[in-house]
Design a protein around this ligand. Structure first.
Ligand SMILES: CC(C)(COP(=O)(O)OP(=O)(O)OC[C@H]1O[C@@H](n2cnc3c(N)ncnc32)[C@H](O)[C@@H]1OP(=O)(O)O)[C@@H](O)C(=O)NCCC(=O)NCCS
Length: 256
């Protein structure tokens, strides 16, 4: 990539973050279609079907972004933080990590799939993980579903001065994904970050190809803050890294 193209793209991102987000989603969607075996000439057919959906379902004069505030609000959260360090919503809870959790976490974070989504990778030994999670600038939680340990969510790069942190999350076993666990855990974690920890800003990094994650974050009100162009190498190919952000005021406006 030439320096000029980088500068143009970068100022575009600053001027039109939502348009850039849509471009990234389209790029990720294109790659997914090719991965699913759709041939290049068939992409136009798919685009036609997408347009059919638009003309059937939407009013072109209204632009709306779906958010999860129709699904839950802060009053749905059981706050047992002071009594037993637990926040819960329906059958999902988050609680601090325990020293016995690192073996299970290692099995999840060492899977090829998790290694594909997290940059930098998590350490690959239980002792490395223990050291990692106990660092002062991190605060991670177990995600429990009906009391069963199913994943982790937490804060990296905790900056107490600027009151900002990076959120990372993983629903460990692939058969547990897509059941509504991730979005509830994120909601609990954001409650913790804004209303218990009193932080101002939560940001996250996502790969341009991780469409599910981009869409999920958008439904909490996260929006594009910037793109690190061709920042990461996966299987010999360079990928953009997307940074999304959510401020406390936006979150409160949506969910309080
Ligand atoms: C991203 C992740 C945490 C989401 O957790 P989850 O429990 O699977 O997500 P949920 O079941 O709460 O669903 C969230 C949304 O994703 C959608 N979704 C679920 N499975 C999907 C799939 N296979 N493809 C596309 N969207 C999907 C759901 O429909 C839901 O959207 P909706 O609320 O509009 O219906 C989890 O899938 C995961 O750990 N993935 C691998 C690691 C990762 O990508 N981490 C993020 C890097 S920071």
């Amino acid at each position: 990539m030439t320096e000029r193209r980088y500068v143009e793209s970068h100022s575009d991102v600053l001027r039109h973050p939502h348009e850039q987000m849509l471009k990234l989603v389209a790029k990720g969607f294109y790659k997914e279609l090719i991965n699913y075996g759709v041939k290049e000439p068939e992409i136009l057919t798919v685009a036609g079907h997408l347009l059919d959906n638009v003309s059937l379902k939407s009013n072109p004069n209204r632009i709306t972004v779906d958010t999860y505030n129709t699904l839950f609000s802060v009053k749905d959260i059981h706050n047992d933080w002071n009594e037993k360090r637990e926040l819960s919503i329906s059958s999902i809870s988050i609680t601090p990590l325990g020293t016995n959790d690192f073996g299970q976490i290692g099995k999840w974070t060492n899977s090829p799939e998790a290694r594909r989504y997290f940059y930098p990778h998590f350490p690959d030994t239980p002792s490395g993980l223990e050291q990692y999670f106990q660092s002062d600038d991190r605060e991670y939680f177990r995600i429990n579903s009906d009391g069963k340990f199913v994943g982790i969510i937490g804060a990296d790069q905790v900056d107490n001065q600027s009151k900002k942190l990076e959120m990372r999350k993983l629903v460990g076993a692939s058969e547990q994904r897509g059941k509504g666990i991730g979005k509830r855990a994120i909601f609990l974690f954001l409650y913790y970050a804004y209303l218990i920890k009193n932080f101002e800003k939560v940001f996250l990094h996502s790969l341009d190809i991780n469409l599910r994650n981009l869409s999920l974050n958008g439904k909490f009100g996260f929006y594009l803050e910037g793109v690190f162009f061709e920042d990461i190498t996966i299987d010999g190919e360079r990928h953009d890294l997307v940074r999304m952000v959510l401020s406390r005021s936006v979150w409160q406006e949506l969910f309080a």
